[in-house]
Design a protein around this ligand. Structure first.
Ligand SMILES: NC(=O)c1ccc[n+]([C@@H]2O[C@H](COP(=O)([O-])OP(=O)(O)OC[C@H]3O[C@@H](n4cnc5c(N)ncnc54)[C@H](OP(=O)(O)O)[C@@H]3O)[C@@H](O)[C@H]2O)c1
Length: 236
């Protein structure tokens, strides 16, 4: 194994930001362990099928098997990219409560649990980097986005607590806070947010990948706990 080769677990790797990050890591000759529910999309990453874990991230067994695989096969893990997430909108009064609960389970509970389990391994090996894909909505609330923002505020709290708790160690935590990115996240929306928000040029997955590369390329003593990235028309 080459010294520069990183072992990376990527959740939400079947589309959008997670797929883009996984693809870029593979292109840079890193080892990717990818997970999401849609197996057919994961196979498009064109890596060994044993590195693909198709399933629901809410299942603790799936999370454990990702981590066990990394350590059993490669003896370590360098990066955890928490990209899996869903978006449900609606006023607090009218939002579909079952879908809201499912979002809370995935965006908050699954992210916290996977991070908790990985942290124990990172502590044991003495290094590691967790990269959380939060949102600009992890820093402010918008009408009809209270539920989603709550999940991203939780991710920010997790990241900020870890930043302080890991001070002085070689374990890093970074939280990326994108504005609107063109992915499948809004695919079922009647009016796409680029119309309702007047965003002429939303971010691309490549823009987020570049911010990930920036974070990964920092020297050992540098920490990037937060990185907000917005399209030029974002005005709220
Ligand atoms: N797009 C934006 O404007 C934007 C802005 C800020 C932040 N973000 C955040 O970026 C992250 C990635 O979103 P995206 O924009 O790339 O959207 P996306 O293309 O819809 O990607 C979401 C990913 O999450 C996975 N996922 C959903 N439910 C899952 C489950 N129960 N178990 C396992 N995986 C699950 C999906 O895979 P499967 O369906 O195959 O399971 C997919 O790979 C999310 O956390 C989102 O909140 C997005």
């Amino acid at each position: 194994m080459k010294n520069s080769e990183k072992i990376c677990i990527v959740t939400g790797a079947s589309s959008g930001i997670g797929f883009g990050i996984a693809k870029s890591l593979i292109g840079d000759n890193h080892i990717v362990i990818a997970t999401a529910r849609r197996k057919e999309n994961l196979t498009k990453l064109d890596i060994s099928p044993e590195n693909l874990f198709a399933g629901d991230l809410n299942q603790p067994e799936l999370q454990d098997s990702l981590i066990d695989f990394a350590f059993n096969k490669y003896g370590r893990c360098d990066y955890l990219f928490n990209c899996a997430g869903t978006l449900e909108t609606g006023t607090i009064e009218d939002i579909n409560i079952e879908r809201l609960s499912a979002m809370l389970r995935l965006n908050v509970e699954a992210t916290f649990r996977l991070t908790y389990a990985m942290l124990k391994r990172f502590k044991k090996q003495g290094f590691g980097h967790i990269v959380n894909i939060s949102s600009v909505l992890g820093t402010k609330v918008r009408v009809t986005a209270g539920g989603y923002a709550a999940t991203k505020f939780a991710m920010e709290a997790l990241s900020e607590a870890l930043r302080m708790e890991l001070t002085g160690t070689s374990i890093k935590i970074s939280c990326i806070e994108p504005g609107l990115v063109m992915t499948e996240l809004h695919k079922n929306w009647e009016v796409h947010p680029k119309e309702s928000m007047g965003i002429t040029e939303p971010l691309t997955v490549e823009n987020i990948v570049e911010s990930v590369k920036f974070i990964m390329n920092q020297p050992e003593h540098v920490r990037i706990p937060k990185l907000m990235i917005l399209p030029k028309d974002h005005n709220i």
